[in-house]
Design a binder for this molecule. Sequence first.
Ligand code: ADP
Length: 500
Amino acid sequence: MKKYVIAMDQGTTSSRAAVFNKNGEIVSMVQKEFRQIFPKPGWVEHDPMEIWSTQMGVTMEAMQKIDAHSDEIAAIGITNQRETTVIWDADTGRPIYNAIVWQCRRTADMIEKMKSEGLFDKIKGKTGLVLDAYFSASKIAWILENVPGAREKADLGKLRFGTVDCWLIWNLTDGKVHATDYTNASRTMLFDIHKLFWDKEILDYFKIPESMLPEVYPSSHPFGVTDKFGGDIKISGAAGDQQAALFGQCAFEAGEVKNTYGTGGFMLMNTGTNAVDSAHGLLTTIAAGDGGKVQYALEGSVFVAGAAIQWLRDEMRMLRTSAQSEEYCLAVPDTNGVYIVPAFSGLGAPYWNQYARGTVVGLTRGVSKDHFIRAAVESLAYQTNDLTDAMMNDSGIPITALNVDGGASANNFLMQFQSDISNIKIQRPSCVETTALGAAYLAGLEAGFWTDKDEIKKNRRCDNTFSPKISDEERNKLIKGWRRAVRCAEFWANEEKEND
Ligand code: ADP
């Protein structure tokens, strides 16, 4: 009777729904973009009702496309853009303000003040996060301070906060369930990831009443039941997008790593039951799990990954399509000594230099467009390699294989170069929709659609693996050049700061 699991994949620019069969294959998928609202420079908002309506719409359409009925759906799993903050009135269910999106910088000053008060280490120790405006805490505080009437309602216990998963669960259950999962809670900067509860001291600092906060459960959990799709369907999975992708890649054991090559890059390493404190600017976060002992992950991000290829295409006009970059890379044996550091908006882990800027080094008269494009594509691999290095140093766990996904992981040249530079095996699964797949697995495991993780692992097909082909000597020489190029990108910024 039960033939499918639905993944609701609520992203930053679009809402998607994917219907999976028992083999973990997508049998139907629908996507709809929604409005990005930019009220002021650096501010980013979404309309929570639009998030809800597009997510409902795509889910219904995905079911209709294959004529799936609610009694054929074993469960719904939710995965979502993380950190984005919604606050609504508990009585009416109406948001009191737009959703403040993770990218929004409006609370940067609040965070700077906290840094000057010496709160960095305390926050990192409890939440695993670096003190930053990305995370939900300062966004909640902003709404309570700036939306007329919000503070009074909050003090009367009449407001509810949620990340996007929580907002969807609330709506799917007509306000009966106010709950989130560990992975989403771990991105709020309010949750003690070691003790697994909302931290009173941080809540007091931000003046956030505990009555606003959802219950927190494992990612695979019977959150509730929805009757929105023609009959009752269980909601039994929820996880933030990157953690869902780690789960979708079947990285269940300590030391297993995934890297997503999207517009930006996101690497997560499962560190098992050990919450590793990073000395290299990585975040410590909770991994999606099935209700056993909580597992942790180290997370590092690259701000500009596939976006460097978009830049070649749209601004430099060197490419018609991103995929074409591969032909250019293969047309030459190397970059002819050129390195491109695409630090368009600074550098993330392990450098954390917000002033660094994009840099091209090593130009000579013989450098061609092929070399230039190859240097840009290689920069994705070098940046990823910096993260694998940092993770190995922090965790003490050697990385032997990297599970990849995201748009640019389709580039075979890039995958081979990554394998060469990092000296590790690259594994690209046949289903690269790992975020949605992870949400489906989390929900389907709880609902008994899949028996256990071993059964899920059997679904995994790796259409391509890449193994290192270059010598240690060559690898070391290339990496040395990259490090010099990064220093140039930083040096440029340092001089400017000194002259200010
Ligand atoms: P996101 O989910 O962040 O929007 P995707 O995972 O869809 O991103 O990946 C899109 C990115 O991947 C774009 O920046 C694009 O330039 C890049 N990309 C897509 N295909 C290729 C390719 N074959 N080679 C290199 N980059 C690619």
